[in-house]
Design a protein around this ligand. Structure first.
Ligand code: FMN
Length: 233
């Protein structure tokens, strides 16, 4: 669907009224109609509105439903995008606010290595991996026809877990501790979070499992985690 939100101005106004005491991140992408060449202008406009209202920003260059967005992961497009956003962060006096880059699970492993080098040398704060996948081969044979009938769009949730983890492991290897990595994709239990942290991620994010299991999932994971972290992988 692309980013069918009410837009950054409306979201920023809503965030200004949010209760304190919660960590909230802003997730930015370019508009569907904006060509890749001027994508930075969109990210910058959204950043100016959203960044002052949140605790961290994720630059989303990995949603599959906005034409051209994922091409921004190519090093020659990524380099100026990250440089431009870091310059803006400085101009706004927000150097202390983490600026993270969110990646797709559908990149070739060799491309991941190149992206890591661009990310590390840019000076951004870390990576989030992964977004949804376009890869229909992750769907079980039983559900294959049904999912193909849904048409285009990114797949998320449990079926994405193995693919997202494989991408994270490669990224962690390439990063070699130079930047932190936030795990995302198919995480839905304390065991999943423990595995991601033991793999080397510093945080875990959940989307689909929150929908299927409800918001109490977060509390359950927090209860389970200390025990799970003390057991062997
Ligand atoms: C309905 C839906 C909307 C999403 N919108 C965004 C988005 O605006 N920006 C983004 O970076 N990721 C978006 N995602 C991707 C999720 O944030 C997450 O990276 C992905 O679903 C994998 O995690 P999960 O398996 O826990 O769902 C969306 C996912 C779904 C299912």
């Amino acid at each position: 669907m692309g980013f069918n939100s009410e837009g950054a101005e409306v979201v920023a106004a809503r965030l200004r009224r949010r209760p304190s005491g919660l960590i909230v991140g802003g997730n930015l992408g370019k508009n569907k109609a904006t060509p890749e060449e001027t994508a930075l202008d969109d990210y910058a406009a959204a950043y100016r509105l959203i960044a002052p209202q949140v605790d961290y920003i994720a630059l989303n260059v990995s949603s599959p439903n906005t034409p051209g967005l994922r091409n921004l992961q190519a090093p020659k497009a990524l380099d100026p995008l990250l440089a431009g956003m870091l310059a803006l962060r400085k101009e706004m006096g927000l150097e202390a606010q983490p600026l993270l880059l969110k990646l797709a699970p559908d990149l070739a492993f060799e491309d991941l290595d190149a992206i890591v080098e661009v990310a590390v040398s840019s000076g951004i704060s870390g990576l989030i991996a992964t977004n949804t996948t376009l890869d229909r081969s992750i769907v079980s044979a039983m559900n294959h026809d049904k999912v193909l009938a849904w048409g285009q769009g990114g797949l998320s949730g449990r079926g994405l877990a193995a693919k997202a983890r494989a991408v994270r492991l490669r990224l962690l290897q390439a990063l070699d501790g130079r930047l932190p990595l936030v795990a995302c994709g198919g995480i839905g239990s304390g065991a999943d979070v423990a595995q991601a942290l033991k793999d080397g991620a510093v945080l875990a994010q959940i989307y689909s499992a929150l929908i299927f299991k409800g918001p109490a999932l977060v509390g359950r994971i927090h209860q389970e985690l200390p025990h799970l972290m003390n057991t062997e992988p």
